[in-house]
Every structure is written in structure tokens, then in C-alpha cells.
Design a protein around this ligand. Structure first.
Ligand code: FAD
Length: 287
């Protein structure tokens, strides 16, 4: 099922993100994890894409398993910075052959020896969006950054490039994680002002590991509100308490988003069904 059609229904949607097994790591734990996640009845599950190597090969396999064996719509992430146009064509053919309907079109992080003028590669995600639509048969989403992408000079310039991505055909957007909902509300207002009118799905990361959150925020430029930092500081040496606090914080964020009319909620599950399950349980009367 196409995600743009699911979103067109207009109701609240919940979705999960998982990552595939790393090179040579066993498949079984990830399959078990997606099985448990699919029992929570999300509207779709997305599978991240590790640029190059075996991890990228594992994305189609997990996405196909979710779609064809678990009968839950899946979305395969696909990045273009480290795959040639020919390789992208091969991956699109593979995804079509295995029945994956949805792709999140991304540029990906730039490899060390990246040459922006190499015409064998798509330079921006917007070009990948166009290529996928031209290939046909997929619903296509793209990434957005409520606090601006780290490489952008400023948030306005980032929004103008985001508008180009939507004009190229991105049918919906999934946000980078954020911990302060006002960053999303401000982004949605500014996005509408430049004419971005596709559905925006809010990416929520329940914090479980303080170091990993600090590392991700340093890389992505997402800011941590003081309320959140105080929580991290208080519980960072006590994983059980941090887990409970992280689930409560994410739940509160989601309730506030839904109360303010944000209909798409995407949980970065880190392959932990019990965390996603606890959040879904907290929202059982709301969803
Ligand atoms: P783009 O949309 O191409 O933007 C990249 C930068 O270029 C931005 O600063 C933008 O403003 C600028 N830009 C765009 N167009 C132009 C133009 N015409 N002229 C000048 N500048 C321009 N990474 C992975 O490797 N695997 C994943 O599975 C993955 N999943 C993700 C899921 C989500 C929801 C998000 C938010 C990010 C994900 N990422 C993933 C990270 C992403 O690949 C990086 O953030 C990457 O640096 C940018 O990708 P993009 O698709 O946003 O790029």
C-alpha cells in the first residue's frame, strides 16, 4: 500500500523506523523485532539504509519481509551520495521485483572522496525523488529538518531547497528527530509560507542511551531543551529510570503534537519493540 494514500485518509498515523542488521550480523534478532513491532499495528514500518556494503543489501530484504510476510506496509530508505546512477537503477528494479511500494529518498552523508561534479551520481535527494518517480510504481517521501540541515547556511535556504524537493515530487516528509515541539510548529508555519503543503510526519526519538543521543544531536544539529538535558543528567547512570523517563518524555511530546493537529507520528524505535509498545500503550485511548 502506498504511504501517500494512507496519509490522504486524514487520520492520525503511527509508524516505526528500524535499522537492518550490520554486515555479517544475524538477521534473526531484527526479524523478531519487526515481528513484534508489526503486532503493534503501525501504519507502516521504515527501514534505514546504510550507504554501501552489506547493510544496504539488507534494507530491501527486511522491507520485503515486513511487507510480504508481516503484511504491514513498509518503506525502504535509499541514499544516492554513495551509489552511482546505475546502482540506483539496480536497487529500484530490485525493490520493484520484491514488491516494496514506498521509498524514502535521501542524499545520505557525503563519502570522504565525494566529488560533487561527478555526473555518475545524483547530487541532491531532489534528483533521486525525480528519478524514482520517473522509474514509476513507488510512493516517494523525503527528509526534512525542523531546525535546519547541518550543511545549510541558514534555515530559510534549507526551506527553499526543501520546497524544490517537494516540487520534484516528494509526496510527504519525515522529520529529523527533535525534542522541543515548538521547533516543529515554527518549521510547519515557515514551510507553509513557502508553499510546502505535503504531509509532514514528526520523527520522535525516545531516549534510552544518553551518549547516543548526544552524539546524534551533535551530528544532526538537533538541540536539547534544558528540561530534556536535566532529565538526561539525572538518570544517565540509571538505565532503567532513564528508559521510563524517555518513554514518558516521548509520550508527552506525541500527545502535545496530536493535540496541536500533527497527524503523522514516526517513532525511531532503535529496534526496541518494548519501548515502542510502552509508548503505544500510553496512547491507547488517543490513537
Ligand atoms: P538533501 O535534501 O539533498 O539536502 C542536503 C543538503 O543540501 C541540505 O543542506 C540542503 O539544504 C542542500 N541542498 C539541497 N538541494 C540543494 C541545491 N539545489 N543547491 C544547494 N544546496 C542544496 N542517512 C542514511 O545514510 N541512511 C538513512 O536511512 C537515513 N534515513 C534518514 C531518515 C530521516 C527521516 C532523516 C531526517 C535523515 C535520514 N538520513 C539517513 C540522514 C540524511 O541522509 C542526511 O541528513 C544527509 O546529510 C542529507 O540527506 P537529505 O536527503 O536531506 O539531502
Amino acid at each position: 500500500m502506498f504511504i501517500n494514500e494512507i496519509l490522504d485518509n486524514g487520520g492520525i498515523t503511527t509508524s516505526f523506523e528500524v535499522f537492518p542488521p550490520k554486515n555479517n550480523a544475524p538477521f534473526e534478532p531484527v526479524l523478531k523485532s519487526v515481528e513484534k513491532l508489526s503486532l503493534l499495528k503501525p501504519d507502516f514500518i521504515s527501514v534505514t539504509y546504510g550507504a554501501g556494503g552489506g547493510t544496504s543489501q539488507n534494507t530491501p530484504k527486511i522491507a520485503s519481509y515486513i511487507q510480504n510476510e508481516l503484511h504491514t506496509p513498509s518503506m525502504a530508505h535509499l541514499t544516492c551520495a554513495s551509489s552511482t546512477k546505475e546502482e540506483i537503477y539496480a536497487i529500484l528494479s530490485q525493490l520493484r521485483d520484491i514488491g516494496v511500494d514506498n521509498i524514502l529518498a535521501l542524499r545520505g552523508d557525503l563519502p570522504e572522496n565525494y566529488n560533487p561534479d561527478d555526473s555518475n551520481y545524483y547530487r541532491y535527494a531532489s534528483q533521486l525523488v525525480e528519478r524514482i518517480l520517473d522509474f514509476g510504481g513507488f510512493s516517494v517521501g523525503a527528509a526534512c529538518y525542523p531546525e535546519g540541515h547541518v550543511e545549510s547556511k541558514n534555515t530559510h535556504e534549507d526551506l527553499i531547497h526543501l520546497k524544490e524537493k517537494v516540487d520534484c515530487g516528494a509526496q510527504y516528509l519525515v522529520t529529523q528527530m527533535f525534542f522541543d515541539n515548538s521547533a516543529l510548529y515554527s518549521f510547519l508555519y515557515r514551510a507553509l509560507k513557502v508553499g510546502i503543503d505535503v504531509p509532514v510526519i514528526a520523527g520522535i526519538m525516545p531516549v534510552m542511551n544518553p551518549n547516543q543521543i548526544k552524539r546524534s544531536c551533535a551530528l544532526s544539529g538537533a538541540t536539547l531543551p534544558s528540561r530534556f538535558k536535566i532529565m538526561l543528567d539525572k538518570f544517565s547512570d540509571d538505565p532503567v529510570s532513564l528508559r521510563q523517563a524517555g518513554i514518558a518524555y516521548a509520550t508527552e511530546q506525541i500527545i502535545d503534537l496530536i493535540a496541536n493537529g500533527v497527524n503523522g507520528i514516526h517513532i525511531y524505535t532503535m529496534n526496541k519493540p518494548e519501548v515502542a509498545g510502552a509508548i503505544m500503550n500510553n496512547l491507547s485511548s488517543i490513537l
